[in-house]
Design a protein around this ligand. Sequence first.
Ligand SMILES: Nc1ncnc2c1ncn2[C@@H]1O[C@H](COP(=O)(O)OP(=O)(O)OP(=O)(O)O)[C@@H](O)[C@H]1O
Length: 208
Amino acid sequence: MLSVRNLSYSYQNGTMISFPDFEISKNDRLLITGNSGTGKTTLLHLLSGLLMMQKGEIIISGSNLSALSQQKLDKFRGRNIGLVFQQPKFISSINVLENIKVAQLFGFGKVNTQDATSLLNELGIGDKAQKSTNELSGGERQRLAIARALAAKPTLVLADEPTSSLDDDNAEMVYELLHQEAVKNGATLIVVSHDQRLKSKFENMVAL
Ligand SMILES: Nc1ncnc2c1ncn2[C@@H]1O[C@H](COP(=O)(O)OP(=O)(O)OP(=O)(O)O)[C@@H](O)[C@H]1O
């Protein structure tokens, strides 16, 4: 479903990072670990097309990312990839439910209120649907980030440090939700994290 070969990336200041080769099959889960500064976030941005790759090969569901223009990459990401960030940013001028609808619109060009509501319910924040995103706790924001990442039914979910800022109980719950929802939606899951608590949860690991 995803394979990475001979990948490296150079920032303009000359910092160059080389990544190990790896692959992941459909519906599998992979943890990418590494100390601070080893390139975890850079790799995630390359996999999601937020950074244009310069060298090597990234193939996702048969598409070679290096062959796509920035515009095509944006479209590809919207259709295929759900992103969960450590400190997710939402549109605070619209409510929780509308944030999910915006993600649906970006992903597949239309809104489905029933699906959006079900997703919030599954993630245990259905009662927050009409609230402003500013009124959510840290754990609730992470759950909304997962709901938003899944809103357009992506084939690949990429999560950047989704649990690092959470206490043990919330970290466990957020991870379980991420896993459960990925399985339920038939999505492949890649988590990038230095959070030691996650290591025992994954069979497949890549160390940077
Ligand atoms: N915009 C940038 N310009 C130049 N160098 C950068 C830039 N972003 C990151 N780097 C460098 O690239 C390397 C990898 O950074 P990256 O953020 O990918 O690491 P990380 O493993 O995610 O770190 P952390 O766990 O601390 O978030 C580091 O040496 C960093 O200083």
